[in-house]
Ligand binder design. Sequence first.
Ligand code: NZQ
Ligand code: ZN
Length: 384
Amino acid sequence: MLNFDFYNPTHIAFGKGRIADLATLVPAHAHVLILLGGESARKNGTLDEVRTALGSRQVSEFNGIEPNPSFEKLMLAVEQIKKEKIDFLLAVGGGSVLDGTKFVAAASLYEGDPTEILSSFGAKITQAMPFGSVLTLPATGSEMNNGGVITIKSRGAKLPFLNNNVFPRFSVLDPTKTYTLPQRQLANGVVDAFIHVMEQYLTYPVGGVIQDRFAESLLLTLIEQGPLAVESTDYTARANLMWTATLALNGLIAAGVPSDWGTHMIGHEMTAKYGIDHARTLAVVLPAMMQIRRVAKQEKLLQYAKRVWQITEGSDDDIIDAAIAKTRAFFESLGLPTHLAAYDIGEDGITAILKQLEEHGMVALGERHEVTLAESRKVLEAAL
Ligand code: NZQ
Ligand code: ZN
């Protein structure tokens, strides 16, 4: 029986030219800290547009949030906020800048050791500084959700946190701001969004009929529009990719249904250990997860095969094999490898990844908490 809460307070301003809306979205008397990644937003003019829209507001900058943002770097932003008495944060960048800003928003008002924000997976957050975002990379969904993932470099750990205090107040999504993205980042974005849907869809049926149909439409849109968006700067393709990636992880398709997230938890360890791009870790783990969990996920695998890939011929086993092969081929067609060998990771690497999973308590993953370390080993071995 469906029974759930659905809460999402983020205002979305979507379309070409919408950065100008910052003039009204940001409080008029705010002292704003703009948080940035490397050089991309400065080079492609996004930062200039943002500064123009902010008009006469007092504005400071914090530069250099890395891909897979680090606790160590972000704590420097917390210092700056306290010193300069900042009262509003504006993230300008991709998922890493957004996640980093969420962490900074919580950490700057946190009383106590801010690593507790991560060791409690966000549960200890009780307040956060208000913030908004200007998204430049469609992928993570961070622009409309209450989560983030932060790396503690000194511990080699990449840890997720979730809390309703870290929803952005607003996010500006201008598809033309994606025009300068390298193809690799666009392809990563398509696959990350695809796998966000899969983590919330490929579990077991609970009567969430509309959640399933929404999820399937997001997958079909990514299969159709994703390659177009990677290959060209066609506005329609970029706009559809951007909105699909947002809807893939804003809580809508997760309402009232089980979620897996095992692929992500294993993938985070691979990024922490080997520095592999987030989406690329997922492209390796998901097909192997589908293979190893094929019995537990059988009903949804058959539904996915039929409704997303139109596979109907053969035995149930044949249909599931074909669906896994199609998924793998889709990732490969976008240039993302689906085997550990592409990253020179063998049996020793698998043991190292499992050790990290154990250290971080990731020992009962999946929608039924059945993915023990032994099961994760099978998944990684199937990915060799
Ligand atoms: O740093 P800059 O110079 O901005 O360059 C970035 C970065 O090198 C570049 N880029 C971004 N926008 C650009 C651009 N280059 C040219 N033109 C533009 N318009 O792209 C590179 C990658 O950026 P990053 O923000 O790291 O990528 P992404 O958006 O894929 O974010 C990945 C991070 O998000 C986390 C991941 O774990 C990873 O740390 N995730 C966050 C989630 C969430 N909050 O809900 C869920 C996801 O599953 C994911 O775990
Ligand atoms: Zn992801």
